[in-house]
Design a protein around this ligand. Structure first.
Ligand SMILES: *[C@@H]1O[C@H](CO)[C@@H](O)[C@H](O)[C@H]1NC(C)=O
Ligand SMILES: *[C@@H]1O[C@H](CO)[C@@H](O)[C@H](O)[C@H]1NC(C)=O
Length: 508
């Protein structure tokens, strides 16, 4: 909105919005740089990942697949005769871009305008450095707790086992020998996308002004999007302001194609420093403080307009972190670090693979609300339909059998996945209770007790080790359209996003 706040006023209003007392008397504070997405300035970055969350090879003419749109809105202040500030004429508002086109075009080997950042020729290493560089341009230094941007993540699920681009459970292997089937149309199937950018600009209507902009593109390198999407793959993320709530509204669209049948598009709330979920390098983001189970909640509004077909694993939410099997935090050693994900899939067409006659897809036990362990072989009590699937980390030495090992190639290191479904077991934490809740036509504002839920999930550790601190570095919303034979389309918006940490002990 065009409200001509000075930066001090914005800071004060942010504190007021994000500090409130719950009925239980606990104080909550926002963990993120843009609580509730209310900032009038935009901070958004774009990253594209290949199958193992790297770059591999850059797309021709596109630079390294890390971009940002960071812009401040300036509207003139006009004082009346009593000295009160009135809204300026909205058509006088200006946009100040923090990132230049030349920054977004930086490609592996290019020198950065700031010599602190190293011009690696390896496209994987360069992308990491470029994210840090873009972060330095976008950084908002609020009371020495700087934050950079929301992150849009796009991932291509094609995997060419004839390349040596991805390690196996974090170990370099060549050649890759596996029975697993992956989509790949042939050489070059792991390519990075063509990405186009509508830079944030001032949009004025009814006495108010705000910024609008977008990133969009396709994986089909021969596509001409000016002629429409056709049968090509497509993605877009655009941002504009909801005039009533003042929240950013991020509108997403994702379309798969015959050549790109498995695509992922998430809006991520990533840590402002350290390793983000699924990544083994320093990253940038919007979470100034890291949420730790069980003491945090996530608020957001999700409006799904099109689901993406039967294999669309729509995540409300996907949470990611990393810790070793001995419970220690990750340190970047890909052979012993383990990415941990938990995802609630809200597509009502997603079924439970975890069943009494298929215990291999269940975690060894369920933890009830009261903290009781219910083993998966207790068929009368285990809530099978609360789980889509569980798979264990490939480097877990003492996994309880039977167990499925998670895909060893789709992350830079071994991974563990707990995929859950809408169920009364989770609804007590504000999550969907049954299939269809929150799905198409059922837009809702959720307050998810992600902290409480995630403290009730089984994650593997070696016997006798100290339980890991469950500190989450990425909280994501979006869809993974898993291998789909026909082109599928998903469309949704996310707004009002906030991460609230409860300050127990300080309760009033
Ligand atoms: C980008 O801008 C063009 C020109 O204004 C517009 O036609 C197009 O819809 C925009 N794309 C997205 C994804 O917002
Ligand atoms: C069920 O599983 C637990 C843990 O693996 C095991 O100790 C127990 O013997 C099993 N019970 C039955 C009836 O198989």
């Amino acid at each position: 909105m065009a409200s001509p706040f000075t930066s001090t006023l914005t800071l004060v209003s942010v504190l007021v919005i994000s500090l409130f007392a719950s009925s239980s008397g606990n104080q909550f504070i926002s963990a993120i740089g843009d609580p509730g997405m209310k900032s009038q300035n935009i901070r958004v970055s774009f990253e594209a990942w290949n199958f193992c969350n790297e770059v591999g090879k850059e797309a021709p003419g596109m630079g390294s697949p890390r971009m940002a749109d960071c812009a401040d809105l300036y509207c003139p202040l006009i004082a009346d005769s009593l000295g009160n500030h009135l809204h300026g004429h909205t058509n006088e508002c200006e946009v100040h871009q923090k990132v230049a086109k030349s920054d977004n075009l930086l490609a592996a080997g290019d020198k950065f305008p700031d010599s602190h950042f190293k011009p690696y020729t390896d496209p994987d290493l360069f992308a990491v450095e470029k994210e840090l560089y873009l972060g330095s341009l976008c950084e908002v230094d609020s009371s020495n707790d700087p934050w950079q941007f929301w992150t849009v993540m796009l991932k291509n699920g094609n995997f060419d086992t004839k390349t040596s681009l991805c390690p196996e459970n974090g170990k370099k292997v060549s050649p890759i020998v596996t029975d697993r089937k992956f989509p790949c149309f042939g050489e070059g199937c792991m390519n990075q996308p063509l990405v186009y950018h509508n830079w944030s600009k001032v949009f004025s209507s009814d006495q108010s002004s705000s910024l609008v902009g977008s990133f969009y593109g396709t994986y089909d390198l021969d596509a001409d999007l000016s002629k429409g999407i056709g049968s090509n793959s497509y993605f877009s993320v655009s941002w504009n302001k909801n005039k009533k709530t003042c929240s950013w509204v991020f509108s997403h669209k994702l379309v798969t194609s015959a050549k790109y049948p498995w695509l992922m598009l998430y809006l991520r709330s990533d840590a402002t420093k350290g390793f983000n979920g699924g990544y083994h390098y320093e990253g940038r983001g919007i979470m100034k403080k890291l949420p730790e189970s069980p003491n945090f909640k996530v608020q957001l509004t999700l409006d799904i307009k099109e689901g993406g077909g039967p294999n669309s694993q729509f995540y409300l939410m996907d949470i990611g972190s990393c810790w070793k099997n001995n419970g220690e935090p990750c340190d970047g050693d890909a052979e012993t670090d383990v990415t941990r994900y938990s995802e609630m899939i809200i597509n009502p067409e997603t079924t439970s693979w975890c069943r009494p006659n298929n215990l291999v897809s269940c975690p060894p036990y369920h933890i009830s609300l009261s903290g009781e362990k219910i083993y998966r072989n207790e068929t009368s009590r285990f809530p099978y339909s609360a789980y889509h699937l569980y798979c264990g980390p490939g480097n877990g030495a003492y996994l309880e059998k039977p167990v499925d090992i998670c895909d060893p190639y789709s992350n830079p290191q071994a991974q563990e996945l707990v995929q859950i479904l809408p169920h009364a077991e989770w609804a007590v934490h504000g999550y969907p209770a049954k299939k269809g809740d929150g799905w198409i036509g059922d837009s809702r504002t959720w307050t998810l007790d992600v902290g409480a839920l995630s403290s009730r999930l089984f994650f593997y550790q070696d016997p006798g080790t100290q339980p890991a601190k469950r500190v989450w570095t990425s909280l994501n919303v979006g869809t993974e359209i898993y291998v789909s034979q026909t082109g599928q389309t998903a469309e949704w918006t996310v707004s009002d996003f906030d991460v609230l940490l409860s300050e127990t002990g300080d309760s009033v």
